[in-house]
Design a protein. Structure first.
Lengths: 215, 221
């Protein structure tokens, strides 16, 4: 099995790994848990396995789902100025663009900060739960995971969270602004979304979808 | 966290690209396949060794993004109504106004985040697209690093739109004050989205192809 001197060209395809960013070819060597294999040339992380990563991701995904739904329903900022007051939720903010073509912007905003993040969490759970339980992959799990990866750059809940902070600074001079419960939920959401991206090793997921453990 | 180096065929100097070995790799799931395979057997993505249409799509999205960026700056971004007056301010106008009131710090941050960064992104994407066609003095690693920065920053530019959305929904205080989004917001959002699409359309593997060619030239000379 171990023939370190064999030229890459003569190795079978399943013993090779190719960097998706720079096309460099390497002999596939699985790193141990907690180690990361990255491309020598462009330093893209190729395989980053972690012990119990599946369970951790599922736990984080459930937490993210609860937070996204909670953050959408509860008000996240309240304002008070000379007797007039107002409280807004995320969906209120998304629907702020109204009238004519602005409605498209409302739909896009709602999708970017609420529906796409939620969909990605649901897809992640759908793909990973059978894998972690050592069951055969769910139906269309491959398409589900691909969609989830394609949507990754368009999931902007954490960008919105930082936007809250910026908006806060801008109106702080004009009126009394208070935080609603959803504001703290968004704070937690930012950290969890970053954690989820760190735990997830795409290569391991693809590999287990291709070679499901038969128990 | 420990780093593991993938095993190479020899020393770290001779990195071979999949294309040279007659292999086409899936950019979505990294699985290699013989050249000529059309669909990835693992994830079903389309396989192309080098995306020939990549640059055309980059330039198309880039142009639309730039076109949208012009009205994003000429139309008002926010309409502020207070007790006695209605005020419409563009991105730059708003920043200038803040500076006049003495808020130099915030004005500079706004100018940097909403003007300098979008313009820098346009220039960076154009530079990358041109550099894979001509020989570039900038090293491959630096150009790839530039690409990573552009891709990372791309989505964060939506923050302006989200701030407008938050302000417009929050500041609705009946007769006292109200903020409403201006026409520029839709163009700004489109500009951000098309710049993101342009960056995504760029096939990064082309950056490293140029390197192999350059080295070939050097040894031949």
């Amino acid at each position: 099995m171990d023939r370190p001197d064999t030229p890459l060209a003569e190795l079978p395809m399943d013993e090779l790994i190719v960097c998706p960013q720079c096309d460099a070819v390497y002999r596939l060597r699985r790193p141990a848990h907690g180690e990361r294999a990255s491309c020598e040339r462009c330093h893209t992380a190729l395989i980053t396995p972690r012990r119990n990563a599946g369970l951790q991701i599922i736990a984080v995904a459930v937490a993210v789902m609860v937070l996204i739904i909670g953050a959408a329903v509860f008000p996240f900022l309240t304002i008070d100025a000379a007797g007039a007051s107002n409280a807004v939720s995320v969906l209120d903010a998304a629907l702020a663009f109204s009238g004519g073509p602005m409605i498209l912007l409302s739909l896009a905003t709602a999708a970017l900060i609420f529906f796409i993040p939620l969909l990605r969490v649901l897809l992640t759970l759908y793909v990973l739960i059978p894998v972690v339980l050592d069951r055969p992959p769910a139906r269309h799990a491959v398409a589900a995971f691909r969609l989830s990866e394609e949507l990754r750059p368009w999931s902007m809940a954490e960008v919105f969270a930082i936007g809250c902070a910026v908006a806060l600074v801008k109106v702080a001079d004009l009126a009394d602004v208070g935080f609603g419960p959803a504001f703290y939920m968004f704070g937690a959401l930012v950290i969890l979304v970053i954690a989820q991206d760190r735990f997830l090793c795409k290569w391991s997921v693809w590999n287990s979808l291709e070679h499901p453990k038969t128990s | 966290m420990q780093m593991v180096r993938m095993e190479l065929s020899g020393t770290s100097q001779d990195i071979v690209s999949a294309r040279e070995l007659g292999i086409v790799a899936c950019t979505r799931c990294n699985k290699p396949a013989p050249m000529g395979t059309e669909l990835c057997s693992r994830c079903g993505s389309k396989l192309v060794s080098r995306d020939r249409m990549s640059l055309q799509r980059v330039w198309a999205f880039w142009t639309v993004g730039l076109m949208c960026y012009i009205p994003a700056n000429t139309y008002p971004m926010l309409k502020t109504r207070t007790l006695f007056q209605v005020e419409e301010s563009t991105i730059i106008g708003g920043a200038v106004e803040l500076a006049q009131y003495g808020n130099w710090g915030i004005a500079l941050i706004i100018l940097f985040a909403s003007v300098a960064i979008p313009l820098a992104k346009f220039m960076a994407v154009a530079f990358l697209a041109i550099s894979v066609k001509r020989r570039s003095v900038t090293s491959q690693r630096q150009r790839y690093y530039l690409y990573e920065v552009v891709e990372y920053i791309g989505r964060w530019s939506m923050i302006d739109i989200f701030v407008v959305a938050i302000l417009s929904s929050l500041v609705q205080l009946k007769t006292l004050a109200a903020i409403n989004p201006g026409t520029a917001s839709i163009f700004f959002a489109l500009s951000v989205i098309f710049t993101m699409l342009a960056a995504q359309a760029f096939d990064t593997r082309m950056i490293w192809d140029a390197q192999t060619k350059d080295e070939g030239l050097k040894t031949n000379d």
